[in-house]
Ligand binder design. Structure first.
Ligand SMILES: *Cc1c(COP(=O)(O)O)cnc(C)c1O
Length: 362
């Protein structure tokens, strides 16, 4: 699905130097690269504060904890996302409330969010799925009206913008993942939380480091969730190229659109509310098995993100057995993601598109 090797080789000299320099400096925990990465990401995303942490999952968990969300609180989110979005809600003991998605963008359906708000609702977690910004202005308005926190899950949307402003700067907090395959990915786990206020920043700084601002003085029970210095060094190199990476992803996506036109598949819908950065290129088709096995025979990868909506996951037992979310259920039956990464050449895109065409003919 992604070719991490080609990207590493194109940046090898800089990445190797950054890693070797960090090894030589031997400041492995909360060292200078972590601090500088936080500053550079805050510049890049035009947000006042960035607090790095150990993963995107932790970013979501720390955000909810810092906002004091816990047992008895409801958090509205989408069922069509990676499990981490809902795991974080469960970690703090709050109740996930799943509402259906928009059939074209796969992001939260604003009307469904509005009608799910109860006196117990404390927050909405909006995922910018596959790199397409959610309707942040609509969500901000809904959250403002009922005094809810809007938390953005930006794991798939580094560099996506709305009105020129990057995702992560709309909600009270934005949660990012630096998992290797993400648009800005390290060579291991990593994550970050963006926030607008100094008070939230201080909460997050303590929570990621054993509840401590001053070594061996612990104000709250926190976590060990720091970003690794070596990952920070690598991410600083890659951050310099993120604009180009995202532009190249858009090139690949638009070429797919062109080459798949006329086939009985639905190509990704861009709603025009913001700039889609195509973390995934996901089509809808009634012939998913046929296409994926045909691609497999040709040694072309494809993947189903996501085959089971979260309200149907075994992890939740029968808690949501009575809940029907027809759009998410239907999309999860028909979605298929094709390979996409910045270094993918036009010829490679054409080859995948031709294989999809042949699969549908066969
Ligand atoms: C990847 C991802 C996460 C979790 O990030 P990790 O760094 O793997 O913990 C959370 N939410 C979404 C939408 C993701 O795609």
């Amino acid at each position: 699905m992604v070719d991490l090797r080609t990207q590493y080789h194109s940046l090898k000299a800089d990445i190797d130097k950054a890693v070797l320099d960090a090894l030589d400096a031997t400041q492995f925990i909360l060292g200078p690269n972590v601090k500088q990465l936080e500053e550079e990401v805050s510049q890049s995303l035009a947000v006042p504060h960035v607090i790095s942490c150990a993963s995107g999952t932790d970013a979501l968990h720390l955000a909810l904890a810092a906002l004091g969300i816990g047992p008895g609180d409801e958090v509205i989110t989408t069922p069509f996302t990676f499990i981490a979005t809902a795991e974080a809600i469960a970690y703090v003991g709050a109740t996930p409330v799943f509402v259906d998605i928009d059939a074209r963008t796969f992001n939260l359906d604003l009307a469904q969010v509005r009608s799910a708000i109860t006196p117990k609702t404390k927050a909405v977690i909006a995922v910018h799925l596959f790199g397409q910004p959610a309707d942040v202005h609509g969500l901000m308005e809904a959250c403002c009206k009922d005094n809810l926190y809007l938390i953005e899950d930006c794991a798939q949307s580094f560099g996506a913008t709305v009105g020129g402003k990057p995702t992560g700067g709309f909600g009270v907090m934005g949660c990012f993942s630096f998992f290797p395959s993400k648009n800005l990915g390290g060579y291991g786990d990593g994550g970050a939380v963006t926030t607008l206020t100094e008070a939230h920043k201080q909460e997050l700084l303590a929570l990621r480091n054993h509840g401590s601002h001053v070594r061996y003085y612990h104000d709250v029970i926190g976590y060990n969730s720091r970003l690794d210095e070596l990952q920070a060094a690598i991410l600083r190199v890659k951050l310099q190229h993120i604009e180009r990476f995202n532009t190249e992803r858009r090139r690949v996506a638009h070429r797919y659109n062109e080459k798949l036109a006329g086939l009985p598949v639905t190509t990704p819908f861009e709603d025009g509310l913001g700039r889609h950065v195509f973390h995934q290129y996901t089509i809808l088709t009634d012939h998913r098995e046929k296409i994926s096995s045909f691609l497999g025979e040709k040694k072309i990868a494809s993947a189903v993100y996501y085959p089971v909506p979260l309200h149907r996951q075994k992890a939740f037992g029968d808690r949501f057995a009575g809940l029907s979310l027809p759009v998410a259920e239907s999309v999860s039956q028909r979605c298929l993601s094709l390979p996409i990464y910045p270094e993918m050449t036009n010829d490679q895109v054409d080859e995948v598109a031709a294989a999809v065409r042949d699969a549908l003919r066969s």
